[in-house]
Design a protein. Structure first.
Length: 213
């Protein structure tokens, strides 16, 4: 039993050290490395966009993109999570067919789902800013709160663009673009929060504002 406990303790210590080393490396890394990491999440967002299904009463599909978006902020930090999603939007508009359903083009960004894609950028930026700057935000509760905030931002941008594109009132835009997705997006937030809590270090690796509190 003692050997098993010691082995488990060694594995745990090595895992905690590996987490810290990665985030420390990411924080101190050169621009080219940070951009490469951002592009990885750009591609992941495009891949997860193909996991989709449509509901009969809304033109907005349920997709897997939110997983990549929320996680990008945690792993890439305060600027590069947003950059990853900005690249996703820009390259998709330029012709890379990785929007939902393998679509591409500026018309997607100006269409019924374009607001959500713009929301991805701001959601990832805010999540990354908090997790990079505050150690306390890296608990499960802190991360879940940030994920819910990120989802709220995505929904806000999505609903506003639906309102403008479809010419419906605010209530109808919310019914089409937010209410059907709240439950599944909260479920996604729980999953991503659990993953994030397991992979982010619980100590300072950069210039966290609460490191000495």
């Amino acid at each position: 039993m003692s050997e098993f406990t010691n082995s488990f303790k060694d594995i745990f210590i090595k895992y905690e050290s590996a987490k810290y080393d990665f985030f420390k490396w990411r924080f101190e890394s050169k621009l080219i490395n940070k951009l490469a990491l951002a592009f990885v999440f750009t591609c992941l967002t495009g891949i997860f966009a193909q996991l989709r299904f449509y509901l009969p009463y809304t033109p907005v599909p349920v997709t897997g993109q939110v997983f990549a978006v929320l996680l990008s902020g945690v792993i890439l930090g305060k600027w590069y999570g947003g950059i990853s999603q900005g690249l996703y939007a820009a390259l998709g508009a330029a012709g890379v067919p990785w929007f939902t359903g393998g679509k591409a083009g500026l018309q997607i960004l100006t269409g019924v789902t374009g607001g959500y894609i713009i929301g991805f950028i701001f959601a990832s930026l805010i999540i990354g800013w908090f997790t990079d700057r505050y150690i306390k935000s890296r608990s499960f509760v802190g991360l879940f709160s940030l994920m819910v905030l990120g989802i709220a931002i995505i929904h806000l941008f999505g609903v506003v663009q639906l309102l403008l594109v479809l010419g419906v009132n605010v209530q109808k835009a919310i019914e089409l673009g937010s209410l059907p997705f709240i439950g599944v997006d909260i479920y996604k937030a729980l999953i991503v929060s659990a993953i994030a809590a397991a992979i982010v270090p619980g100590k300072a690796f950069g210039n966290e504002l609460d490191a000495k509190q």
